[in-house]
Ligand binder design. Structure first.
Ligand SMILES: [Fe+2]
Ligand SMILES: [Fe+2]
Length: 304
């Protein structure tokens, strides 16, 4: 079983954006986008990634959010049209929202509507605790169980922190302890880094990191993947049987002056309920292809 992970695509389409859409918090993002982001995040990179994934025969793709920039409805439709070119189809691709997809409250609704079939939970895993929120989603694919959290809400200007909330974390604990997932490779997917120095940031971090760590310490997991920081990051958290890797991947569409951040995604090889290896595939813009990169940046992991 092979699982791919990408993140932070920030797919850009301002076609038809009404001036009104830039009111409120979007004004900051709009300015940022026009002055900087648009030059560094390339839709062609994701189009090339889709071709690479279609040729590679991976079994499932997880995208940990920030598919858009400003959470405009037309951005979600633009992004969805590109996801729809994946031959895996919506049941073979799991997409979570990031903070840019919840830039304003309306964005959360657009994500839920436009990406609905990329984030449905499996039958039998609907939550019955009286809270209508569907998160976290649970999707079992072969020997892999994906538990996907939603941590993004509209936050005050100049902030981008995440929060899962007590109810969602109660459900995470219940899923990890559920007998139906016994023996499977339990993969927790989340936009914000849930552990390490970056999770502690008041501005960009994860407010529920202490409870998250306590849940993993009690119930374990086989892998945690995240995005948000646009960097290769690795930290670990204790589990009942040892530790679990918490791996962040850089943006899937970035290309500018910093080669270590060039667009990439990761493939995990999974056997007998465990991750046995993983590697990166990195974009070569000049040739419009992704190629395997065996130089996993272990040195940078220490600074996570
Ligand atoms: Fe991002
Ligand atoms: Fe983010």
């Amino acid at each position: 079983m092979r699982l791919a992970h990408c993140s932070d695509l920030h797919l850009l389409s301002l076609d038809g954006a009404r001036a009104l859409d830039f009111a409120s918090k979007r004004w900051i993002g709009g300015m940022n986008l026009l002055t900087n982001r648009g030059r560094h995040y390339h839709t062609e990179a994701f189009e090339d990634m889709v071709e690479d994934l279609n040729a590679s025969g991976v079994d499932h793709l997880v995208c940990t959010g920030d598919v858009t920039n400003l959470a405009l409805e037309q951005e979600f439709r633009f992004a969805r049209a590109r996801f729809d070119k994946l031959t895996l189809g919506p049941s073979g691709v799991t997409v979570l929202p990031g903070n840019h997809d919840a830039y304003v409250d309306a964005g959360r609704a657009y994500f839920t509507t436009v990406f609905a079939d990329y984030c449905t939970t499996d039958p039998g895993w609907e939550w019955s605790d009286g809270d209508p929120s569907p998160w976290p989603l649970v999707r079992v694919r072969g020997a892999v169980a994906i538990i996907g959290l939603s941590t993004s809400h509209q936050t005050p200007w100049f902030t981008a922190y995440g929060r899962a909330g007590e109810r969602q974390l109660d459900r995470l604990a219940a899923a990890l302890a559920d007998h139906r997932l016994r023996g499977l490779c339990r993969v927790v997917a989340i936009h914000h880094p849930p552990a390490g120095r970056r999770a502690e940031s008041v501005i960009r971090g994860f407010r529920d990191r202490e409870r998250f760590a306590a849940i993993l310490a009690e119930h374990g997991a086989e892998l945690v993947v995240h995005g948000h920081e646009h960097r290769d990051l690795r930290v670990t958290l204790p589990t009942p049987t040892g530790t679990v890797d918490i791996l962040g991947v850089p943006s899937g569409t970035y290309e500018a002056s910093r080669p270590e951040k060039t667009a990439r995604y990761r493939i995990f090889e999974i056997e007998d309920g465990k991750v046995i290896s993983h590697h990166l595939r990195v974009w070569h813009r000049d040739r419009r292809i992704f190629e395997r990169d065996d130089h996993e940046p272990a040195a940078r992991a220490a600074s996570a």
